[in-house]
Every structure is written in C-alpha cells, then in structure tokens.
Design a protein around this ligand. Structure first.
Ligand SMILES: *Cc1c(COP(=O)(O)O)cnc(C)c1O
Length: 838
C-alpha cells in the first residue's frame, strides 16, 4: 500500500490497570520479570512478536482483552504487587548514595550506545550493555545521575544467516511511538530542541527522555523534518557509515549532548566519558567557559578537572583517529569559538601515526579524551596495565606504571540477567534486602545453603527453556531459507537436555577467536561424541557489517554445525541480542570465552552466566584473570605473552580440549552430590562472582574512586570564576616555556656492592631557569627488578639537591635522577607533562 501518513491509536486502559502504561515507560520492567509478565499475559504471542516490548504490546492488544484482565482477580493481585514494588523502588529515600555518598555531585554520563533491552536496539555489544547496566545500577544506588546517548532509528542491525551461514544485515526503521520514550520537555513545557553545527549546516536535534528506574537518559535524534535528508540520517545507524559520518556523530553526541542537558536544566558537575566517542563534549564545555570570559587554557583546566574518561580498547587500531583535513571540516570554527588556534586545539588530540608509510599527525579521540580529563581508567586490572603501556608516549619520561590511567573492573547488572527461577531460589537463603546489597561478599556465603538438588532442578528448568528457545529460533531460520521438511523437523531434536552444554556468544571480532574450538576437528569430534560424556555447544554473535573475517568465522561455525558428526550438537543462533544473551547465560551449563590475551579488556557475559550458576571457562584475560579462584570455574591457557599468534592459538586450543576432557566432563557426569560435585562449582561460581562482578560494585568503585574526588576537585578549580584553574593554567604555561632552559646533572657515589639497609649519597645540580626551586621535585628513582621506588632529594640551596638514599633489599639496583615540575593541587605528578632525567 502507498502510505500517506501514520497515526497511533492509544489504548484505553481500564481504571484498575491504568498504571500499566506508566510502568511501560520506565525500564524498571527490564530487570523485573514479574513486571514483564503482566504484559506477556495480555497476549503472549504479541509479546514475543514485538521483542517483549511493553509499550508495543499495550498498543496492539485488543481492548476486549484489556477489559478481561482488568476484571481478573488473579491478574489484579499480580498487578498490585508489581506496582507496590515499583512504588517502593521509586520512592525509596534511604539509598546507598544517601547513606554512603551524600555529598556526591550530579554526574552526567555520555556513551555512544546503550543496551537496556532488546526492544530498544541502540547497542552493538558489550560496551552498550555495560553502559545500560551502569545506568541501571546508578538508579539502584540512588546516584544523582543523567545519561546522554543517541536514538538510532534504525538501530544496529538485525542479523540473518543465508542458506550458507553467511551473515546478512537488515535495518528496520523503528516506529518511535512503540518505544518507551517521550519527548523531553523544558521547564516551560516545550519539547526540547537543540542545534548543532555539523560542517556548514545547522542541524536540529530532538531530545527524547527515557526513564531507567530513578534516573533518566536523554537520547539525541536528528530525524526531524527541518533537517536535510542527509542530516536526518545522522542518527540512523550505530557504527554504520564511513569516518566522515563517525566524526559527525561524535560532534553530535558531545556537543548536542551538553546542549540537551543545558536546555533541560539538568545539573552536571562530574562528566563521565564512556569511551573516546564522547570526547567532544569537552569542546562544548570549554566553549561555555570561554563565552563567560575564561581564557582557553583556563577553560581546559576547569573542564578537565571535572571529567573522567573510561577507555575500553586495548588495540591501537580500535581507537578512532582522523586526518586533520577531515577534522577541519567539522571543527573549523571551533578554534575561533574557543579563542585559540587550530594548532593549540589539535595539540590536545595529536597522535602521530603511520599512514601510507608516512608519519602524519592525526586527531585521536582517545588522546583528546585523555587530555580533556584529569582521571582515566581501563576496565580490568590487566587492561589498566595494557592501557598505561599503550598511552605512555603521551607522558614523556614516565615509566609505564606511573601513567595516570587506573582501572575499575567491569561488572554486570545482576537482576537484568538472572532468571526469575534463580532469583526465587536465591531468595530462600539470602536476606530479604539482598537485591539492594549485591556487592556484599559476606552475604553471598549463604549460597552454601542451597542443596545440590535445588540447584539441579532450577538449572534443568532453565536449560529446557533455553533448548526450546534454540529449537524455535533455528526452525524459523530454516523455514525462511526454504530448508527441506526433514531439515525443519530435525530442529525439534537439536541439543539434548542431559548433555553438558557450553555457550559461546559475543561480537564476532576476530581477536575473540570464535573458531578456536575447531582447531583440532578430530579431537573436538571425540569430545562431542564421547559415548558416556558427550559435550554440546551453542554459539551466537554478530560481526560488524564491514568485518568480513568476522563473518567468515560465523560461516565456518555454521558449516561445522551442518557436518554429520556435529549436527544437533553444535548450534549457531542468529541475531545475538540481549534476549538471546539472557536465554544462553541462564540455560547453558558452562560459559566459554577464549579471546587472544590480552585483548579482552574485560568481558562481561561470563559474569552473567555465573550469576545463574553457569561457571566460566575462559582465558585468564580481562575480568576472569581477577575472578578465577581455583574453585569457581576453569582457566584456559597460561598467563603469558606470545610472540607468535599461531603458537598461542595452538597452546590455548590444547588447554581448552584438555580441560574439557579431563576436568569439566568428568565432573559434570561424575558423582552427583557431595564433595567435588558439579553443584560445588555452581555454588562457588554464584557466590564469588555475583558480588565482586556486580554492576553495583562497579558503580560504587566509580563513585568512591572517581566521582567523589573529581566532583570535589572540579568544584575547587571552578570556584571564583575558575581562579584556581587560572593559576594552574598560568603556571603550566610558564613552566613549559622555561623548561627548555632548565638543566639537571646528577652524581651518585655507588660502591660495587653493599649491604641491605645501607644508604648511598645521591646529589644533583639544577638550573631551574625561571621556575621556582620549590616547584621542582628532584628525586632519585631506584629500579630493582622492574619495581620502582622514588626518593626525594632535598634542596641545599644554590640549585643543589642531595640525599642519602636507602637500599633496603638485596638485589640489583639501577639508580637514576629526574626532576619534574609540581605544585599543590594537581590531579597527579605527571600533570604538567614535563620530566627531565639526568
Ligand atoms: C553481555 C553482552 C555482550 C558482551 O559480551 P562479552 O562476553 O563481554 O563480549 C555482548 N552482547 C550482548 C547482547 C550482551 O548481553
């Protein structure tokens, strides 16, 4: 038909269930299965057909059905309970933040993608789900918190396999009236609109409001009639398009995002940039300060002091960097707006990279993010280390361990991914308020009280549900691809509920090595077809549309799954999303992850599986390097670096097979109860992983380690029209100017050998040029086996510094002397970016 317009007819909710609509517009339901069940009951097939979307289900369900449930006492009782819980949640005054962080300043969190629920497909994978989970826990903890993101009206993409297992992408235009969003309104009641210059166009941006429990998310949308066709597509697809579009989207997220907060009068004093995509928010915040009369450098200090940057990408190529000519098209006016020069602005993002055999300067989003924040972190302990090493070139003279990038290990939102059945079971041993103190490790010890039988029963039910889901999904796919009747019928026997089942699902980036399992096909076949202890596998995952090697991995697994020896025992599901994720992490017995160490910054899906009692089996990378304790799952490979990737793949595959054959399968099929039973591992997985890798623990770490101190320091620097920021900026400018004129020479009288506890005299002679002597730290640096200790030298006048430096332990020491400019109140010693070694 030829559509000339669209209209939405809103449902008339009977009075007794009137608040179903209000609840549908708060993603509280996304982690509350009982709330979802209220909509599912209205019409289970509509519910499934429309991605379990409450707003859509309410729109589609016939009025007669609404009248019927509105008069059904059982339904009304469930409704009343859900609403009571919802009101208690929303109205709770006594939150973690009110008790533990009452002085916390309002946080504005920026992320390109958010994974809240499958019906709102504005995420591609782990980064988005992490951001969505972060918002959910910020709500749970009662933080003053607002998130900013983009409303991609064609989402990421829907993945379809063709007959040969090749990934095709489908883009569905979302109908916004079916999403749980409403236009954000200004104090005056108007729909919020902001403008942003993208290249030579003024682009109009509509702002949507999304309620996630107690907090809100603002979603930016350029798909409005006032914009040109091209500009309307700026918010069409996540990670679609070329570099040009990327830059445009980054300008939009950063600049329009800040303007949206301002238009709605939403306070923000701590700014958290989730990945470098959000870095351009610094531009707009600086522009605001410059417009108030601050100098550029003072604006930099003021903005950076209140900003945190979280990096997620451990490979240089994964960090966006653009040519200056491209940036000029979008940032051309910004030096003028910031009262600075292009050179000075771009210096904050400069990263020299090899392009076509030449070293050329690029505008790196990560470098800009690091320079526009005074706190940065990676997402696991190992990733922190990898990041410090990767970005140490920005901190000339510094040792890698001194690079000011810390870490907060990721977590996952327990309730979003834990099945209702498991929640009910946990409620029998955990205290009544357990969902509010998920991070409490001691509390989780009570999981020991769950019997082997209780766990087995719940896990069997979850597994049956997962198998039914897998069969239905594959059946749908076979029907679509015109498979034979026999092939379609065979989907009814996929997977066996008595066979130990291993899940592998994530983005198909090649470093995640989805095909590692197939490295020795004969050995795999013996494992899968073992007469007493068979093993089966379920795979799922999307490759980025431009990633042909990733798509080839999918196809390889698909083809393997069609081989006679693996049929029905290795399955790959299409369209991995949060729905598939929930089914798999709840239903499989074990979760597998075998990335090429150390490239998995954290990984989170294994946490979700452990919450449901499916232990993790993984390379000791990212979170699992911290989470594995010898009892709660299994490691793959060794904690070491490899020069040859082939050798690494062989070693890890060998380890994977070996552990499967000699530990996992025997335990699963072994003694059903008692010491060393399967249930032992399950209990250990639940009780160790649930608290330590809860999103609640993660957000608390961010509050205590970053949001609180950044809020304080940001306010200090901004006070009195940024008086302190101006001093710091002026001081940095001065020391930078003087630095080339300073000199440092040093001597140490080192005997060939000495005893532990002895001291050695170290002295230095400094010419400070125009820098105050008391603003120079002159220190001896001792390196003993890679471990650094620093020992300050005392000023003796006339630029002479000296100290007797103790050598406390036996061993080989290297001794060096360096100086760096420091004043009180810097965020860290390397902030001035200057260091000189003798
Ligand atoms: C948790 C999750 C991810 C992240 O998985 P990793 O194992 O961390 O790569 C990706 N996609 C979806 C849908 C998820 O739920």
């Amino acid at each position: 038909m030829n559509v000339i317009g669209k209209v939405t007819v809103l449902p008339q909710l009977p009075g007794s269930i009137a608040r179903l609509s209000e609840l549908a517009y708060n993603l509280y339901w996304s982690w509350t299965p009982h709330a979802q069940a209220l909509y599912e009951t209205l019409d289970p097939s509509l519910w499934e057909r429309f991605q379990r979307n409450p707003v859509r289900t309410l729109l589609e369900v016939p009025q007669a059905r609404l009248q019927a449930v509105a008069a059904d006492p059982a339904y009304l009782a469930r409704y009343a309970q859900v609403m009571k819980d919802f009101d208690a949640y929303m109205g709770k005054a006594d939150t973690w933040a009110s008790r533990k962080a009452p002085g916390l300043k309002p946080v504005a969190y920026f992320s390109m993608e958010y994974g809240f629920h499958e019906s709102l497909p504005i995420y591609s994978g782990g980064l988005g789900v992490l951001a969505g989970d972060h918002c959910k826990s910020a709500s749970d903890l009662g933080l003053p918190f607002t998130a900013v993101g983009m409303l991609f009206h064609q989402g990421y993409f829907r993945q379809l396999f063709d007959k040969d297992g090749w990934q095709n992408e489908a883009y569905d235009e979302l109908d916004l009236t079916t999403l749980p969003i409403t236009p954000a309104r200004t104090a005056g009641g108007e729909e919020a609109r902001v403008q942003v210059r993208i290249g030579d166009r003024e682009v109009q941006v509509r702002v949507w409001n999304l309620n996630v429990g107690r907090i809100r998310v603002l979603l930016l949308d350029t798909n409005v009639p006032e914009n040109s066709e091209d500009d309307r597509k700026l918010t069409a697809r996540l990670y679609g398009g070329n570099q040009e579009l990327r830059v445009q989207q980054y300008v939009l997220l950063g600049v329009a995002g800040i303007r949206a907060l301002r238009a709605l009068n939403i306070p923000g004093e701590v700014y958290h940039m989730n990945e470098g995509h959000a870095a351009l928010l610094g531009l707009e915040r600086m522009r605001e300060y410059v417009a108030q009369g601050l100098e550029f450098r003072t604006a930099v200090e003021t903005v950076a002091a209140s900003t945190l940057f979280t990096t997620h990408t451990p490979v240089p190529a994964g960090n966006d960097a653009f040519g200056y000519d491209l940036m000029d098209r979008y940032l051309g006016k910004w030096p003028g707006l910031l009262n600075t020069t292009r050179d000075e602005l771009y210096a904050l993002a400069r990263h020299e990279q090899l392009w076509d055999g030449h070293l050329v300067p690029t505008f790196s989003m990560t470098v800009f993010a690091l320079n526009m924040s005074r706190a940065a972190n990676g997402v696991s302990e190992l990733h922190g280390e990898v990041s410090r090493d990767m970005w140490k070139f920005l901190y000339e003279g510094a040792e890698p361990e001194e690079v000011p990038i810390g870490h907060v290990t990721n977590g996952a939102h327990n309730l979003t991914f834990t099945s209702q059945a498991m929640r009910d079971l946990l409620s029998t041993v955990l205290p009544a308020d357990w969902t509010e103190r998920l991070e409490d490790e001691a509390m989780w010890a009570a999981v020991e009280g769950l019997s082997d039988e209780q766990l087995r029963d719940v896990q069997r039910d979850m597994k049956r549900e997962m198998i039914a889901f897998v069969r239905a999904r594959v059946r749908e796919q076979k029907l679509r691809n015109g498979a034979s009747a026999a092939d379609v019928a065979a989907t009814g026997t996929l997977l066996d509920e008595n066979t130990v089942t291993i899940g592998f699902a994530r983005r198909f980036a090649t470093y995640k090595r989805a095909t590692l399992l197939f490295r020795d096909r004969e050995r795999l076949s013996r494992i899968v077809n073992h007469p007493e202890r068979p093993v089966q596998f379920v795979f799922a995952g999307k490759a980025h549309p431009a990633d042909n090697p990733g798509k080839a991995f999918i196809q390889e697994i698909y083809r393997m799954s069609q081989e006679p020896e693996f049929r029905g025992k290795i399955v790959i599901l299409e369209n991995y999303d949060m729905n598939v994720a929930r089914h798999l992490v709840q239903g499989v017995d074990i979760w597998l992850n075998n990335p090429r160490r150390p490239l998995e910054a954290s990984g989170t899906s294994g946490m979700k599986a452990s919450f449901n009692g499916s232990p993790n089996f993984s390379v000791l990378d990212g979170w699992w390097r911290e989470g594995y304790d010898g009892t709660n799952g299994w490691p793959i490979g060794e904690e070491r670096e490899y020069a040859d990737l082939n050798v690494q793949d062989d070693a890890d595959a060998y380890s994977l097979y070996q552990t499967l054959e000699t530990e996992i399968a025997p335990r699963y099929y072994g003694t059903p109860t008692g010491e060393n039973s399967w249930a032992d591992t399950v209990r250990r997985a639940i009780q160790t992983v649930s608290p330590r890798f809860s999103m609640q623990r993660q957000v608390i770490d961010y509050v205590q380690g970053y949001y609180l101190p950044i809020g304080e320091r940001g306010a200090e620097l901004a006070e009195n029209s940024s008086a302190r920021a101006r001093e710091i900026a002026g001081w940095k400018g001065w020391v930078r100017q003087q630095w080339n004129y300073t000199t440092l020479t040093a001597q140490a009288q080192l005997p060939a050998t000495t005893q532990p506890g002895q001291t050695v005299p170290v002295s230095a002679q400094v010419n400070p040029a125009g820098i105050n002597l008391n603003e120079l730290r002159v220190e001896a640096v001792l390196n003993r086996g890679g471990h650094l200790t620093r020992f300050p030298l005392k000023s003796q006048g006339d630029g002479r510094f000296s100290a007797d430096v103790p050598l406390n332990e036996s061993g080989l020491y290297s001794v060096g002397v360096r100086m760096l400019p420091v004043i009180e109140g810097l965020s860290n010693d390397l902030e001035a970016g200057l260091m000189k070694w003798a």
